[in-house]
Design a protein around this ligand. Structure first.
Ligand SMILES: *Cc1c(COP(=O)(O)O)cnc(C)c1O
Length: 371
């Protein structure tokens, strides 16, 4: 029996009638651009994020690019981020005119290390972009304490962490609640996935929300009047309708992922050659990915491939070692924790619809390799 890394058809089969009906409502009205489903979803995602405003946009990438653009970065302005993430996190800093400054990660959670952020602050630092990697929140309390007194903005990359939460000073705070602006992605493989591209920004800053709404519509609040140069980055109404129909299931899907993760971690605890994911005790993880550290990772990959077990390496090359950022001058060994993680990390199937039999198949294949 093969076990795919992700099976979107399994989810589709469970919700198809609701989603198709919601889509047909949009088709029947022919309101494809900024139809009523867009503001409805914006309100729902803002509420989920304990934020005042939601602003839909075309992708998770744009959900980071637009707030970075709103900072009006000048050449030499620095934005501190993690090198162990999807490319968009740093690509958008570059495209907004800033210089990415990469700092190392915490080896247990794979998230940006606040102590390293603190050491990297300079008079040119304008923003910090933490990523809540694999679905577990970064240490937002520490990061806000570093950023706030300096007037440095925190832009959360929550593309992998919708609905994740973290206990801070005894209270549950959610992804999107504390940062200045937070970006979500609705790429189909994300925990809340559209049937195409989509993204959203949330913020509790009224002025920022207005600015982001303008930036996604060519810089004009009023049609054909342009205060500044923006772009076309709207959230498609059909995608908003799909997401609204899927949203009521999100909490349950994330709970299923946590259940699968606990099952894997119990079963793999005895395998000395792998290290199961560490969940910071303050965090409620949503397990966008279930990622092991594995000895002989590349050989394990080949074995899983032969066994028909889906898997992926997120991410094989840390961003400070990408050719496009060579000019920034990082060397092999500059950020040792991120580099080690890129050699050891391997993600396993964790989607909600996995069956016990499938989970056992994955576990047996890993045990078999190290036996
Ligand atoms: C998916 C992802 C993005 C980009 O989202 P798109 O919708 O694909 O543009 C950004 N950051 C992280 C960490 C992601 O996983």
């Amino acid at each position: 029996m093969n076990v795919p890394l992700l099976d979107l058809v399994a989810q589709y089969n469970s919700i198809k009638d609701d989603v198709l009906a919601a889509m047909m409502k949009v088709v029947d009205t022919q309101q494809f651009i900024m139809g009523p489903a867009v503001p409805e979803l914006e309100t729902a995602i803002a509420r989920l994020s304990h934020a005042k405003h939601g602003v839909g946009c075309a992708s998770g990438t744009d959900a980071l690019l637009l707030p970075l653009k709103a900072l009006n970065l000048k050449p030499g302005d620095e934005v501190i981020t993690t090198p162990f993430t999807f490319f968009a996190t740093a690509g958008t800093i570059h495209n907004a005119g800033g210089t990415p400054v990469f700092v190392d990660i915490q080896p247990d959670t794979f998230n940006i290390d606040p102590a390293a952020v603190k050491r990297a602050i300079t008079p040119r630092t304008r923003a910090i972009v933490p990523v809540h990697l694999y679905g577990q929140m970064a240490d937002m309390l520490e990061l806000m304490q570093i950023a706030r007194p300096l007037g440095v903005k925190v832009i959360e990359d929550a593309a992998q962490a919708i609905g994740a939460r973290r206990k801070m000073d005894g209270e549950w705070r959610v992804a999107g609640e504390l940062g200045w602006v937070t970006g979500y992605s609705f790429f189909p493989s994300k925990n809340l996935g559209a049937w195409g591209d989509g993204g959203m920004m949330v913020t509790s800053d009224d002025a920022a929300a207005d600015r982001l709404r303008r930036l996604r519509l060519h810089g004009g609040a009023k049609q054909y009047h342009h205060d500044e140069v923006g772009t076309n980055s709207r959230l498609d109404t059909l995608q908003a309708a799909v997401l609204l129909a899927k949203l009521p299931h999100l909490a349950q899907w994330s709970a299923k992922r946590r259940e699968h993760a606990a099952y894997y971690s119990t079963a793999l605890a005895e395998v000395r050659h792998v290290k199961t994911p560490v969940v910071d005790p303050a965090n409620e993880h949503i397990f966008h990915q279930y990622t092991l550290r594995a000895e002989r990772r590349d050989a394990l990959q080949a074995h899983l491939k032969k066994e028909g077990i889906g898997h992926a390496v997120y991410y094989p090359v840390p961003l400070h070692r990408q050719p496009c950022f060579a000019h920034l001058g990082y060397k092999d060994g500059s950020l040792p924790q991120a580099e080690q993680a890129s050699r050891e990390a391997i993600s396993l199937p964790i989607y909600p619809e996995l069956t016990r039999t499938q989970l056992d198949r994955v576990i047996d294949a890993i045990r078999g390799f190290y036996r």
